[in-house]
Design a protein around this ligand. Sequence first.
Ligand code: BGC
Length: 427
Amino acid sequence: MKLEFPKNFYWGSATSSHQVEGNNHNDWSEWEKKNAKRLAESAKNKAWPDYILDKYPNPLQEENYISGRACDHYNRFREDFDIAKQLGHNAYRFSIEWSRIEPEEGKFDEKEIEHYRQVISALKERGMEPFVTLWHWTIPLWFRDKGGWLNKNAPKYFERYSNKISRSLQNVRFWITLNEPAVYTSLSMIKGTQPPGNKSIFKSAKAKANLIKAHKLAYKAIHSISNSALVGVGNSANFFIPHKNKLYNKLLVKIISYLEGSFFKKIRKNIDYIAFQYYRSVDIGFKLGGSFLGIIENNLDSGGERTDLGWKIYPEGIYYFLKNLQKYNLPIYIMENGLADARDEKREKFIKEHLKWAHKAISEGVDVRGYFYWSLLDNFEFVEIRGFWPRFGLVKVDYKTFERKIRPSAWEYKKIIEEGLDVNVAG
Ligand code: BGC
């Protein structure tokens, strides 16, 4: 049996500027230079499989932790869009690099704006709808020097930038103001494993309040320029499972889920659609000395199918989230879903299973309008600076030659786009 998806469904993949473009100068690129050595050293304490170590760069090498030329997508975007088109995609999500657009405070670089105009034209010429993210975590150095999201004027700075971009790119319909602000505030401000490396609940709360304000101002700015614009915020969610189903772990899951959803609650009246991002389930329970906040361990259960990053694959989680989001009565786009799988052994099944569960939600009335695989290309996994070794791409990238090679799973994804999902294969 074939499962059909709604007409006019958007099928595509997603990237972000810092992870693919190359030659960015922002808070992340500076942090990378300072931390590469330390990260390569600490990687020695882990056992790595040969299929990770035999690639370039591998986690034991400093180059792994420096984004450098990344995928050189900044120069090769047309070639990459040809590939996406060939793979049957009709949409593409990418982000604008704020540090290119406004390298100095209040001074906009028209040449760089022109670059993104060309990116959008190249997509449209190939029949692909652009979904444009304004902030996918990196910030210009002048903004970093002012304290970044902790500066009381941060929302105003973001509004000025959003205003400039939406005025300059008026043929864009779909906007994502912020990518995963709640993940950013916990990793960047509490856990401290990525720029700016803070470990403070107070700073996290302050940044969060500023990000909420920033979104609301950008939402207004975009709508004041275009009536047809649709604006959302990328929100990701882990499917938390209470370890051993213990009562106190259930309580912990309730608290964490509440915290994870709190950003969304604050902005849900100021969005036109839900941009939902889903990767995995997390087995969660109390454990003194654990890895998260010191009291919570998120890898207690070691079973199940895992990605190269050790993330547990849990396709039905997407169904439960989609059903739960139905109450907001807004169109939903699955803006990211994917896995690190260097050997491309699990990707086909991963995509099919997640789509099977998403389809179940759709058949029960949930208004899902698009699916974006993360990512089109292997790229620089800048989340907690894992670097180049995790391979998320539908397309393999050789980081020495920049040669692109389409992985077999990408053709399977194309078949689903064109012919529907064969459930016998999905199992
Ligand atoms: C982020 C991406 C990242 C992906 C895989 C998402 O949370 O938006 O930037 O590469 O997860 O970790």
